[in-house]
Design a protein around this ligand. Sequence first.
Ligand code: ZN
Ligand code: ZN
Length: 249
Amino acid sequence: MRSTVALEQLLLPAECLLCHGLLGGGGGDADRIVCPVCRHRWRPVRPPWCERCGQPEPHFGPCRLCATWPAALQVVRSAVWLTAGAREAVHALKYRGLPRIADDLAAVMARPAPAGDEPSVLVPIPLAARRLRQRGYNQSEWLAAALGRRWQLPVRSDLLSRVRETATQTALTPETRLANVAGAFATRNAEVGTRNSSAFRVPTSGLILVDDVFTTGATLAEAARALEQAGAQRVYGVTFGRAVIPDFT
Ligand SMILES: [Zn+2]
Ligand SMILES: [Zn+2]
């Protein structure tokens, strides 16, 4: 009987998942399902940026985006701007159910880990139970698994749970988005254990939250808040895409 991976390879044509151009399959690209032309369309997020949230610096004054983040959330970085090509890639990750695209996305996220040399654990942003049932998988978990292979870091999907799903409301300001996700996450088993209990312990090493898209950082901030309340001291975040907020700066 064929494994799932073998079956997936059998079903996949040798063409780019995004533009349907033929894949060469040469060099180190044998496992890629997004062609170099499409990957070239992804625009990297580059400095100068706010050292904490990775957003381009505002024209004047302190960064407003990360001002209300919980203290534990220290550094967040995104790989590429969510322009047309990257948006298609995220859409493919979320809706086409092909785990291998996570490797293509993780490849551009795998520049130095935000936690540096610190021993770290990857924590995917969870979906609420109902959405997980609908989709059948959590795309952030796939990204975390692909990053974990590159960074040789463990993935802990059991630390966080999503108590409620929040509507995607890209039009909201950073402040209202924070209110929108307030209380959306809980540390799993929090009801049977606390920071001092043997029943539940948040690792003392750095925790790296993994998500597909950063819009205002509200989701990462809220997840970090739940981890902080459970005793986490250093939380980092990494996403594949970063939405352009036209009226932010
Ligand atoms: Zn392509
Ligand atoms: Zn900032």
